[in-house]
Design a protein around this ligand. Structure first.
Ligand code: FAD
Ligand code: UDP
Length: 370
């Protein structure tokens, strides 16, 4: 008898497995439909021996000391600050928009102070900021919105930014200084030996059994367990009773080139050209030295593996209905990006999983002697 059947071996499932096994001596079976652990953060050496992220670039960043210290038990780190260029009007310019972006784009020589005035002169102030369009035009006006955000967002999400919650484009700041880092979090680093190695360590406890290539539905009636932790799509768990929750998908095209370096920065975003949104060159992320270089192109898709919950009001309403069902389902705990329908970064999923573990461990039923 297993204490827990854990569905999904990504961050959410693997961290709960680790905590429950090592801190509470629970017996765990963790299953995943894929043929590997790590969920969307899975990385591997490709046939040329280059470390690549199968499901697109994963850059770790967090402001949470607890999250960073927790993961540090399972990996060493390589310091890494992520930088991105956007291809706009025939030039490659820093993204997020900063002082150098504007000076290069318009051939100007503004100071930070003058840039603040420039943004104020072009901004369209909004009384209420609701959508992903509002966020950007309110800060930098329509022209920059059109050049950097509108088409990228339509490509990525299949809908206009005015139909997407403000939280989506609000992920990308605007700066008046020359800071060209994509993130400003306190902790920014990549697992020194890759994500998959970190997951192997998370799951190395003798109380944890791993079953790959397996949908939990194939085994849930034949393998006894007491409680379930579910990290797959929440609507799927309930057989789409209220209809499908929209998730956006991607197709990843991987390529290896016979040259040491291909592009001038880790990621180039293409808001207005091509069918892909961005191109990542992995060696920048991993620091690997190799005669060849590997890249991935991201093509947004309506169908395919669910990668991104789509933040907009009607989807939030539909999720509320599923959340009510989830809350009323005894002995099943829903956690992670798909099961809670949240556009979470890795560190947020780690925090959510650690917090669920704390809740489980505090339940009186775990401490009958008290
Ligand atoms: P997942 O990693 O999706 O794991 C869920 C697992 O459940 C999957 O492996 C799935 O196969 C399994 N599963 C589902 N249904 C079943 C079933 N019925 N039976 C068995 N198994 C099942 N975050 C960052 O912090 N930085 C980044 O740079 C970053 N880049 C990203 C780039 C892309 C293209 C994407 C899509 C995401 C990115 N993220 C990034 C987000 C990050 O991937 C997630 O926050 C994190 O991986 C979520 O972990 P999870 O455990 O919730 O879900
Ligand atoms: N975005 C954009 N242009 C860019 C970069 C981002 O319009 O050059 C918008 C787009 O809607 C994207 C969102 O901002 O989906 C969040 O960007 P982020 O880089 O955080 O996306 P992720 O890495 O999560 O795919």
């Amino acid at each position: 008898m297993f204490d827990y059947l854990i569905v999904g071996a990504g961050f959410a499932g693997s961290i709960l497995a680790e905590r429950l096994a090592s801190q509470s001596d629970k017996k765990i079976l963790i299953v995943d439909t894929r043929n590997h652990i790590g969920g969307n953060a899975y990385d591997h050496y490709n046939e040329d021996g280059i470390l690549v992220h199968k499901y697109g670039p994963h850059i770790f960043h967090t402001n949470s000391r607890d999250v960073f210290e927790y993961l540090s038990r399972f990996t060493e780190w390589r310091q890494y600050e992520h930088r991105v260029l956007a291809s706009v009007d025939g030039q490659l310019v820093p993204m997020p928009i900063n002082l150098d972006t504007i000076n290069k784009l318009y051939g100007l020589n503004l100071t930070a102070f003058e840039l603040t005035e420039f943004f104020a002169s072009v901004a369209e102030p909004k009384e209420q900021i609701r959508t992903s369009e509002d966020v950007v035009v309110n800060k930098v006006g329509r022209e920059l919105y059109e050049k950097f955000f509108r088409n990228y967002t339509i490509k990525q999400w299949g809908i206009d930014p005015s139909d997407l919650d403000k939280s989506v484009t609000a992920r990308v700041p605007t700066r008046t200084n020359r800071d060209d880092r994509y993130f400003t979090d306190t902790y920014q680093a990549m697992p020194l030996h890759g994500y998959t190695r970190m997951f192997e360590k998370l799951l190395a406890h003798p109380n944890i059994k791993i079953m790959l290539n397996t949908d939990y539905r194939e085994i849930q009636d034949v393998i006894p367990y007491k409680e379930m932790i579910y990290t797959g799509p929440v609507d799927g768990y309930f057989d789409y009773r209220y209809g499908k929750l929209p998730y956006r998908s991607l197709e990843f095209k991987h390529e290896t080139l016979n040259e040491q370096v291909h592009q001038p920065q880790a990621v180039i975003n293409y808001p207005n050209e091509h069918l892909y949104t961005r191109v990542t060159e992995f060696k920048y992320l991993t620091g690997q030295e190799h005669q060849k270089t590997s890249l991935v192109y991201e093509y947004p898709r309506a169908e395919g593996d669910p990668y991104y919950p789509v933040p907009r009001p009607e989807n939030a309403e539909l999720y509320k209905q599923y959340k009510a069902l989830a809350d009323a389902t005894p002995n099943v705990h829903f956690v992670g990006r798909l099961a809670t329908y949240k556009y979470y970064n890795m560190d947020q999923v780690v925090a959510q999983a650690l917090s669920l573990y704390a809740q489980l461990a505090e339940r009186p039923s775990w401490h009958p002697e008290e």
